[in-house]
Design a protein around this ligand. Structure first.
Ligand SMILES: [Fe+2]
Length: 398
């Protein structure tokens, strides 16, 4: 390995992975001396009873808590401010986030504001805060975002029509918790898109230009587990073995990208989320194959290893062939778990210049294996869009 100097590694203070892990929450709250807890979640998770499974544990242990359930997908600055006002009004001193990326991201934003004040826009970029915020117990309910184990969080700035990406060690959760029992009720479409988000984390962490031996190991095993178990988790959501594999995979992928970097898939997906409110996992899943095709000439050896991790028979192939096989395997997986096309979303070709320009500036794009041009990004988006239209027409015409 090339000498890259000193590498800093980050992870949550504690990690809990496994069935009924939520039962441990009161024990950790006692250790934190938490007096009043803010539970951050969304209305969907309250409605499906997923949040209720966690609050039932808090009720049994007589934990003093209040609930903010106003989080929406691609949470905005407005939602962060609302949640923070609620936190202050109730004089909370700890946060439990229940959700996928959105509630966990809001919890991180509230935690940073609680210790540092100011506006969330002040913290856009790398390590902009001075102090660690109030402790977060990040209870993950989707096996995808990795938000519970990373030092990154994303907030949509509606006025600027873009996404703020904060990468801040002070936002790391005190406890990252992955309990597969909470994921049982997740619908197949969400299982699919969040699962491909995790796959994107692992692949981008593996091929980006800031990977390390530590992140390589995490990414490889994550890719292997996702290839083995995502289809089954989508097909039968109550299969605990598949759900548990996806818990491990998403956690390792989250740890991988948090300690290495991402790439152009996320760079474009962040814009699709900020501009059209396309859910994050879906935006990544849509963009992944074409960005990999674009990156392939610059990371053929690494993609050949991805093919191997995905269980492809590549021993007899050249590196060039094996790297193409990796992209084929990704396409097959995306097809099997029924990810929609870009043309099924609110995306409009008239916005392509704006999207490409902002994708180039996105923090995730900075670690892509090769530096793309504006035209490169436009071509990738356009190819993805027209490929979707052609597929649709072929389907409609039988
Ligand atoms: Fe992601």
């Amino acid at each position: 390995m090339e000498n890259k100097g000193i590498v800093e590694l980050y992870q949550p203070r504690h990690t809990l992975i496994g069935r009924d892990g939520i039962m441990k929450i009161p024990y950790f709250l006692r250790r934190l001396n938490a007096e009043r807890v803010l539970v951050v979640t969304d209305k969907g998770l309250v409605k499906t009873g997923t949040a209720g499974k966690v609050t039932a544990v808090l009720d049994d242990a007589k934990v003093n808590y209040v609930i903010y359930d106003g989080v929406e997908p691609n949470p905005s600055v407005r939602i962060v401010n609302e949640a923070f006002d609620f936190y202050k009004k109730n004089q909370c001193d700890a946060i439990i986030a229940i959700g996928g990326g959105s509630p966990i991201d809001v919890a991180k934003a509230v935690s940073i504001l609680s210790a540092n004040g100011g506006k969330i826009q002040d913290y856009n970029g790398y390590n902009k805060s001075k102090k660690h915020g109030s402790p977060i117990i990040a209870v993950n309910t989707t096996a995808g975002t990795g938000s519970e184990c990373t030092r990154a969080y994303v907030v949509t700035d509606e006025e600027a029509k873009t996404k703020l990406l904060m990468v801040d060690t002070n936002s790391l959760a005190h406890i990252a918790l992955n309990d597969p029992m909470l994921m049982v009720g997740m619908p197949p479409s969400l299982t699919a898109s969040t699962g491909i988000d995790a796959l994107t984390h692992a692949i981008e962490a593996y091929i980006c230009n800031t990977h390390t031996p530590f992140t390589d190991a995490l990414a490889m095993e994550s890719i292997r587990l996702i290839s083995e178990s995502l289809r089954e988790a989508v097909r039968d959501g109550s299969n605990m073995d598949a759900r548990t594999d996806m818990c491990w995979a998403e956690y390792m992928a989250g740890l991988a990208f948090s300690n290495s970097g991402l790439g152009l898939v996320h760079g474009i997906a962040h814009q699709l989320g900020g501009y059209y409110n396309i859910p994050h996992g879906l935006a990544n899943a849509i963009m992944l194959p074409r960005v990999l095709e674009y990156n392939r000439p610059y990371c053929m050896g690494r993609l050949a290893e991805v093919a191997q991790a995905m269980g492809e028979k590549v021993d007899h192939m050249t590196v060039d062939q094996a790297s193409r096989q990796a992209i084929d395997a990704v396409r097959r997986l995306i097809e099997d778990v029924k990810i929609p096309s870009l043309c099924d979303t609110k995306f409009d070709m008239k916005d392509i210049d704006y999207l490409a320009e902002h994708a180039l500036l996105d923090t995730a794009t900075q670690t892509n294996v090769v530096r793309p041009t504006r035209d490169d990004v436009k071509t990738i988006i356009a190819k993805t869009y027209y490929e979707g239209i052609i597929k649709k027409q072929v389907k409609e015409n039988g």
